[in-house]
Design a protein around this ligand. Sequence first.
Ligand SMILES: *[C@@H]1O[C@H](CO)[C@@H](O)[C@H](O)[C@H]1NC(C)=O
Ligand SMILES: *[C@@H]1O[C@H](CO)[C@@H](O)[C@H](O)[C@H]1NC(C)=O
Ligand SMILES: *[C@@H]1O[C@H](CO)[C@@H](O)[C@H](O)[C@H]1NC(C)=O
Ligand SMILES: *[C@@H]1O[C@H](CO)[C@@H](O)[C@H](O)[C@H]1NC(C)=O
Ligand SMILES: *[C@@H]1O[C@H](CO)[C@@H](O)[C@H](O)[C@H]1NC(C)=O
Length: 448
Amino acid sequence: MFTLLWATLSSITTLAPSTPFFPPPNESSFVAHDHLAIQKSWGVYSPFHAIENYTPPPPGCEVTQVNILHRHGARLPSDSQTNDILPGVQKLQSVPVYTDSRLDFLKAFDYTLDQELLVPLGAIQSFGSGKTAFGRYASLISEGEPPFVRASGMSRVVESANNWTAGFAAASRGIYTPRLDVILSEEGNDTLQDHNCPNAAGSHREMREWLSIWSPSIVARLNAWAPGANLVEEDIHGLAMLCAFHTVSLVQYGYEDGSPLPFSPFCSLFTSDEFEAFEYSCDIDKYYSTGYGGRLGRVQGVGYVNELLARLTHTPVQDHTSTNRTLDADPATFPLNRTVYADFTHDSVLIAVFNTLGLYPTPKLSTKRPDPKRKWRAGEMMSFSTRMVVEKLVCEHRFSSQEDYIRIMVNEDVQPLEFCGAPIKGLGWAQEYARNNGEGDWEKCFVE
Ligand SMILES: *[C@@H]1O[C@H](CO)[C@@H](O)[C@H](O)[C@H]1NC(C)=O
Ligand SMILES: *[C@@H]1O[C@H](CO)[C@@H](O)[C@H](O)[C@H]1NC(C)=O
Ligand SMILES: *[C@@H]1O[C@H](CO)[C@@H](O)[C@H](O)[C@H]1NC(C)=O
Ligand SMILES: *[C@@H]1O[C@H](CO)[C@@H](O)[C@H](O)[C@H]1NC(C)=O
Ligand SMILES: *[C@@H]1O[C@H](CO)[C@@H](O)[C@H](O)[C@H]1NC(C)=O
């Protein structure tokens, strides 16, 4: 069998902690807010931003197939996030007199955010992604061979997929009008939904540990600004999230992707260092749920990876985990002869797939002190509208005829993989774990 990329994980040593993470805030660290930098430190709640410019294939290579795994666009808070956000807002609003004018906006503020739904910014960024895909891969498609598109059944995911196909069609000036071919019900097992594994661990304990380090100074400050509010540590996480959710909700249709975003007044309650601490909280969350630190995280990416292998090798899906065998055996719902595939999903699924593939190898994340050199950064790996693109390339070989290669980009960042440049038949990635259906881990999702 092939070498597993996992082997590299254990050989990476933890870097020694450096200076204290938290310099005490001063007035200039609020005033000097660099809005764009701050938006990038909202972790999984960051609006889409490319990490690099797209790198064209190396000379002598040509893209022959593309697989895009796409997170839905920017959304409103979920049910449970709303429960984390509201108490802090209510406590602050219950205070009659603020000692700092940064809270004055709350006197007229009405919390009206709906839940779960895609916001216009999310639609605009998904549309933009469809345009980009057409611009890059137009030569791969034809009228009889449009992109094949699937989405997990939640409304924000379905809408993001529809916005992507609309962007693709618009960029082709209406010549190609791909449609959303399959909506996978989130009731059954499905490789694109994020609650396939009932026994999987959450990251609550680890996030709580980190919260007890980064939030107390903010609790003290905001309680001084709002005497009697009695905010507690949990409220701080909610208020920082609200800065992101409120900001993305303020964007209206007509916004040009890439231009500066409106800025929620909740954001001015924090310094940029504090947003970095909040970002780390998102890093920890993802790492200890479907990332490398999560019990039964990796197995949740196996179904999609087996579908990917099927497409790359033009052979039927072999999987006994989260795939829907009925749909995947039918060329109408899982064709193997297309050139562009786009699948719309959730962040936890993308993280699980990174985990299965061995992307962003990262040793145990400390819950006490972030490593400033870590690769694992939710804002880069997992912003709203994140896209992992797997390109299959055919390259002229110097000695033999031609060979197939693959490369993977996440938000345009080409992943430095051991198998990069390796012929497809010798992929050095986690084929064994995927081919073996998670080596018993899938069953552990259901039975204790
Ligand atoms: C205030 O904080 C900023 C950001 O942490 C720092 O760069 C700056 O040196 C600090 N200024 C003073 C006067 O302490
Ligand atoms: C792909 O396969 C399907 C079903 O086998 C067939 O109907 C279709 O024409 C094929 N498309 C291409 C582009 O080869
Ligand atoms: C996104 O999709 C929704 C519903 O599918 C639609 O109402 C909206 O106009 C679309 N927006 C864009 C930018 O495509
Ligand atoms: C597979 O998908 C079909 C069509 O959506 C559905 O009827 C069926 O229940 C699914 N099977 C499983 C095991 O989830
Ligand atoms: C999903 O798969 C597991 C294990 O194979 C099975 O026990 C469960 O019933 C499936 N769920 C659905 C809705 O089909």
